[in-house]
Ligand binder design. Structure first.
Ligand code: ATR
Length: 266
């Protein structure tokens, strides 16, 4: 038996076990199983010291451990070093290596649209925002604006990645072709029904929400009504999972089938 799994806290709502176990089964890996482990920050060191004992071959990493895992690996990819966060650990001949597949997950659905974008506005400056701005830099966008409720965080991230920071009240002044929501506004629970963008869309062509519960946030519903192209967090989730699966097995699962499967759980 070869074990894989996702670690973080809270973990019980993670869809990664559904995705990876389906993909293992679909591709005929009868010896591989994917679990979920509730691991808090203070438990991380102990958990990671038992990976070899339990024959664990690969891990997905989620909140709040994406930065903390970096203290416990033998190698980090270049992008992990720049983003300072990882969502994947996999075993190499030289030990455990940290990778960040959120960047690929975020970029792939955008690239598939085949649009020549030159400007973007990123809303939010938390952990998820770092992979997004790193990805937009890779795409070579000329103007990348970053706005956050707590301005000091936007300023800091903007300085680090050479972006233009905006105060939260100033965000509507920008007419970017792409708007990305990385905040928790709209997330199922007490923030459902809220939106980070309660303004008309002027030049904007694409609205991208990292949230996938619910699949259609108020931000995306309004963008759709205004005739924009919309991308939900499910796109990013499936593609970050696809790149993880490639690192774990060297193979790919069919993305359209995975989307259909996950929609049944949302
Ligand atoms: P993550 O690491 O997943 O990005 P986070 O660090 O909690 O999670 O970040 C959540 C983001 O949502 C932050 O940008 C946060 O803004 P602050 O830095 O000011 O906290 C943003 N956010 C949460 N609630 C918000 C609200 N009511 N209005 C505007 N932004 C909000």
């Amino acid at each position: 038996m070869e074990l894989y799994g996702v670690i973080g806290s809270p973990i019980k709502h993670s869809l990664s076990p559904v995705l990876h176990n389906w993909a293992f089964h679909y591709l005929g890996y009868r010896e591989k199983t994917y679990c979920s482990w509730e691991v808090k920050k203070e438990e991380l060191k102990t958990f990671l010291s038992h990976l070899d004992l339990y024959q664990i071959k690969g891990l997905s990493v989620t909140i709040p451990l994406k930065e903390a895992v970096l203290n416990h690996v033998q190698a980090q990819s270049e992008r992990v070093k720049e983003i300072k966060a990882a969502n994947t650990l996999f075993k190499t001949s030289r030990g455990w290596k940290a990778e960040n597949t959120d960047v690929y997950g975020f970029l792939k659905p955008l690239k598939d649209l085949n649009l020549d974008l030159s400007s973007a506005l990123v809303l939010g400056a938390g952990g998820a925002s770092r992979a997004v701005v790193y990805g937009l830099k890779l795409l070579g966008l000329k103007e990348i604006y970053l706005s956050n409720r707590t301005y000091s965080k936007a300023e800091k991230l903007a300085q680090e990645f050479d972006l233009i920071s905006l105060r939260w009240e100033e965000r509507k002044k920008v007419e970017a072709e792409l708007i990305v929501n990385t905040t928790s506004l709209g997330l199922k629970g007490d923030k459902e029904g809220l939106t980070p963008w309660d303004y008309p869309f002027k030049n904007t062509k694409i609205a991208y929400d990292l949230i996938y519960t619910p699949l259609q946030t108020r931000f995306l519903a309004q963008a759709k009504k205004a005739g924009l192209i919309t991308l939900s967090g499910l796109n990013m989730f499936v593609y970050q999972g696809l790149e993880q699966f490639r690192l774990f097995t060297g193979q790919e699962f069919p993305v359209a089938k995975a989307m259909l499967l996950l929609r049944q759980y949302l």
